[in-house]
Design a protein around this ligand. Structure first.
Ligand code: ADP
Length: 741
């Protein structure tokens, strides 16, 4: 091999090596660059990771601090809760679902008198055992085992009811336990000792008050009895004395005695009623009664004082309103007497108009009564107060009107007791209108059945527009055409218009009713004439009475008016009313008016009515005898219950008046004996109680003893006579000679 060759080879080798080196250098460079990139990426990731770690560390630190804050808060809340629970006076404890005490406040644990075991961990049944074994609880009527059993039974209920327990030292706790959904129980033991003591005090006070109220009622009952008995003598005797032909001055004195006596009785009754209402002792006694008749009875009572003042009393009873209603007639009469009595009392001229309207539906009658007067009225600022107790418009200094100031307070309470309401509107100097509403049961079958009379045209003569209006309405209901005249002259001028009837008012200005009747008769001798007057008693005694067919007391109840119209219109008889064809009938009536009595030619062929009166008090016998002096009766007195029964058998009375308090045998027992005697014969003689007892319950007791009716002393002559008039027997003369029937 040549040198050149060798050199060439060496050169080639060197070149190859150089190329290899270059190649390796390029590879190295590339590897280096890759490594650099990788290193950079790595360091970036490290940086990021480091930042994340810092973040996480920060968060961790935050969470830790939050947690400790939360812990602190929980601790504070728990501390406060326990502090509160500890500070409350009442016992508080928690139990878990296994009935173990988890915690309790000092008040709860103090009940156990520092007993070692009574602390959290104790179970409820163990606790009950300690309570009874240590005598901590007063198990009252139960044995310790029974008490524990009832307590445990209660504890296991899903919603235990509160229970009051009493401890040995007289303290009371009300246990209230609430079971949670997981079976835990929160138990409260409220200290109610003060409440129980207060309740006991209240009970005692109430008992004492009730005892005092009973004593007051008994006192009032006695007082009422004691006062009424002598009052019977005073009022009754004064009543009789008036009729004995006294001089004018004597008459005045006697009337003052009688009026004062009656005023005193009204006051006694008001006070009695008010105290009964106050004590919630007043009970209503509903019964079927005739509402219209009730109103007219009140009107009759008030008529004399209205008449004396020239005040007209008018009644407008809704023609289509039933009259048989169910209510307490005594109390309804009292309401009417109070309100209408006030209207008369506070009215010096004009009228008092009572309007009764209403709707009857499904057996219930919604009755509205308004009492409108033309009196002194009530000042606006006083209207709101008059229903209060002792509230009167007048003040003490200028009292002109008498009264207790209790009437409207009682009236309002009575109406409210009946579920109704009362109201008033008034204009001072112009008049007052009281209204009240009550819903009373009615009998739908009790509709008026009207039989039309045989009269085509009637003439109404009345100077009062209101009365004329009411009368025209009533007469028109019977299908009679009505014309009216407001003066006697007009009436006389109209006479040839072919009237079949004339109804006259006795106040015709210059000419009185009888004068007008006489003049009418002179022109039309066949014309039936009815005279309406506010003093029927006086008119009946007037020699001119013969100039009219009948005298009617104003205001005239529809029943009476219709009956007279019927009797006048009956074609077959023009004079006496016919008994078998009443003008209208109540198909169901508690006390229908007795039918007119048929005329029997020989009155003397009938015997007098026999009346037996049992009354031990001589003065009362005297009063009773004098009251009935004018009647055609045979009156016999019994001095006690035994005599009453004996006389009942011997004289066979048609009616008996029976005093209740009598020596030897009282009225109830005597009535019992009489009713027993009657069982054999099947007869039933009416027995009417006369008593000074006027308290609630007396009436029931008396009626339960077999008596039929009840009159309170002092007796009212008219009521006694009414009872006697009600007894109508065949073969017996009417007690009142002019008795209509
Ligand atoms: P009193 O026993 O005084 O009549 P009330 O309670 O019945 O007591 O009536 C209270 C007062 O209401 C009466 O004193 C009177 O001032 C007034 N008052 C009642 N009704 C009327 C009336 N119709 N007109 C005017 N004032 C009346």
């Amino acid at each position: 091999m040549t040198l050149a060759h060798k050199l060439a080879e060496e050169r080639r080798a060197r070149l190859a090596a150089q190329r290899l080196l270059e190649m390796k250098e390029a590879e190295l460079f590339s590897a280096n660059r890759k490594l650099g990139r990788h290193a950079r990426a790595l360091s970036d990731r490290i940086e990021r990771t480091e930042a994340e770690v810092v973040n996480v560390r920060n968060e961790n630190r935050q969470v830790k601090s939050d947690l400790s804050v939360a812990h602190q808060k929980i601790e504070i809340a728990e501390r406060r809760l326990w502090h509160s629970i500890r500070t409350i006076q009442d016992g508080f404890a928690f139990f878990n679902a296994d009935n173990e005490m988890v915690g309790a406040n000092d008040a709860y644990l103090s009940i156990f008198d520092d007993l070692e075991d009574m602390k959290p961990g104790v179970t409820y049944p163990e606790m009950l055992l300690v309570l009874t074994d240590e005598g901590i609880i007063d198990t009252q009527d139960l044995s310790p085992a029974e008490w524990r059993a009832t307590m445990l039974e209660r504890w296991n209920e899903p919603n235990p009811k509160p229970r009051v327990v009493r401890f040995w030292n007289g303290l009371y706790a009300k246990l209230i336990d609430e079971r949670g959904p997981d079976g835990d129980v929160v138990s409260l033991a409220l200290n109610i000792t003060d409440t129980i003591r207060y309740e006991n005090q209240l009970k005692k006070a109430r008992y004492q008050a009730e005892a005092a109220s009973r004593a007051k009622s008994a006192f009032l009952a006695n007082m009422s009895h004691e006062i009424r008995t002598p009052m019977n003598g005073i009022v009754g005797m004064a009543d009789l004395l008036v009729e004995t032909g006294l001089g004018e001055e004597q008459q005045l004195f006697v009337e003052t005695i009688r009026n004062s006596g009656e005023a005193l009785l009204t006051i006694i009754n008001d006070v009695l009623d008010y105290s009964k209402i106050e004590a919630e002792k007043l009970q209503l006694r509903p019964t079927t009664f005739d509402f219209e008749q009730c109103i007219h009875e009140v009107m009759r009572l008030l008529q004399p004082s209205a008449r004396d003042k020239g005040v007209a009393l008018l009644v407008d009873y809704d023609l289509f309103l039933p009259t048989q209603l169910v209510g307490d007639p005594g109390r309804i009469r009292q309401i009417l007497t109070n309100v209408i009595g006030n209207a008369v009392k506070f009215t010096t001229e004009g009228h008092v108009l009572i309007s009764i309207t209403g709707k009857s539906q499904n057996g219930v009658c919604d009755v509205h009564v308004t009492i409108q007067d033309t009196g002194i009225g009530i000042p606006e600022d006083k209207v709101g107060h008059i229903f209060g107790e002792f509230n009167q418009v007048e003040d003490e200094k200028n009292r002109q009107f008498e009264g207790t100031g209790l009437g409207l307070a009682i009236t309002k309470r009575l109406i409210e007791l009946m579920g109704g309401r009362i109201w008033v509107t008034s204009e001072e100097g112009a008049g007052t209108c009281f209204g009240f509403q009550v819903s009373l049961e009615s009998d739908p079958a009790d509709e008026l059945e009207i039989v039309k009379p045989d009269i085509a045209k009637a003439l109404v003569v009345d100077s009062g527009e209101l009365t004329r209006g009411i009368l025209e309405k009533q007469i028109a209901l019977l299908g009679i055409t009505c014309s009216s005249a407001n003066s006697a002259d007009d009436a006389l001028a109209m006479l040839d218009e072919g009237f079949g009837l004339a109804v006259l008012d006795d106040l015709q200005g210059a000419m009185d009713g009888f004068d007008l009747a006489r003049q009418m008769r002179a022109k039309r001798p066949d014309l039936p004439i009815l005279l309406m007057t506010s003093n029927a008693g006086l008119a009946e005694a007037d020699p001119a009475r013969a100039s009219v067919n009948a005298v009617l007391q104003k205001p005239v109840p529809r029943q009476i008016l219709f009956r007279h119209l019927m009797s006048l219109g009956a074609p077959e008889t023009k004079a006496p009313p016919h008994p078998k064809a009443p003008m209208f009938v109540h198909t169901r009536s508690a006390a229908p008016a007795p039918p007119p009595r048929p005329m029997i030619p020989n009155e003397n062929s009938r015997r007098a009515l026999r009346v037996l009166a049992a009354e031990d008090n001589k003065t009362n016998q005297l009063v009773f005898g004098k009251m009935l002096k004018s009647l055609d009766i045979e009156l016999t007195f019994a001095n006690n219950g035994i005599e009453a029964v004996e006389l009942f058998q011997s004289i066979k009375p048609d009616v008996v008046f029976m005093d209740i308090s009598m020596p030897k045998k009282d009225g109830k027992e005597a009535t019992g004996n009489i009713r027993a005697l009657e069982k054999e014969s099947g007869a039933h003689v009416p027995i009417i109680a006369m008593t000074a007892h006027a308290m609630a319950g007396d009436q029931e007791a008396i009626l339960a003893a077999g008596l039929d009716h009840y009159l309170t002393k002092p007796l009212k002559k008219s009521l006694v006579i009414e009872q006697i008039k009600a007894v109508q027997l065949e073969g017996v003369r009417p007690a009142v000679p002019d008795q209509l029937g």
